[in-house]
Design a protein around this ligand. Sequence first.
Ligand code: MLT
Length: 310
Amino acid sequence: TMLSGPSMAQGSYPSKPITILVPAAAGGPSDTVARLVAEAMRVDLGQQVLIENVGGAGGSLGTGRVAKASPDGYTLLLYHIGVATFGPLYPDLSYKPGEDFDSVGLVTDVPMTLVGRKDLAPADVTALFTWLKGEGKGATFGTAGVGAVSDLCGRLLTDAAGIELTVVPYKGTGPAMNDLVGGQIDLMCDQTTNTANQIKAGEIKPYAVTTKERIAILPQVPTLAETAIKDFEISAWHAIWAPKGTPEAIRQKLSASLQKALKDPKVIERFAALGTAPVSADMATPAALDKRFQSELARWGKLLANASTK
Ligand code: MLT
């Protein structure tokens, strides 16, 4: 006989592979976080946890796909601050960021870095902004499209510093980084999970970090706040969401598994090498993500109310 009904389904969850959709290209910062966490959750859940990359339109393409997926715990979204910030600004968005998802938990809060191609002329961040106001006006700036945190950082920079950038959108900052290393674009503002290794290898030039304090793996890199732009601060908090209607018991089970994954010494070590750290267990919960989402909507909504989505 077939066993069915919601309680039976939840009791045996997960009974087949889970897919975590990442709405950005493979090899980029969101993908890196997702793969590290998925591997640890796979061990705990006893099922495969697959990653599917659906990049494009600043993450809104893939995010929309998860919004329409069956709320059964087998399709999840791992993405970041972008869902709570730009998403609501698209008038024709295929989903409602605050309404079409149920929370699982926060994952990590990743510092960002303003970086340039390695042969870019300005030697430091102060010289960079001087250059951007003169000879370097309209320099190319790679992003993952409107809605991406790399794009958000660029908007904050242009507003705060009174500069102009020529935005070059990609399906994720993974491919954008390839072009920065190759010298096809001038600048990016991207997460350390996608820049730390290239900075250490001397493949790109670090100008500044976007956090309040300098970060341990790049102690020589100044903060924007201490140099060019007072009070500048942004980081990319990542989270896991499920489609609206995913049973509470399933989300709690996923949250518990996420909490274990984030305590895995291998995960902690890999995150640290990339300039970040897992959130504490109490943050990897539906309630903590709900709270963060609401406060971020309030924080960015006003600031971005007049932003163009072009
Ligand atoms: C990515 O994984 O490509 C990034 O998270 C995109 C972004 O900058 O938001």
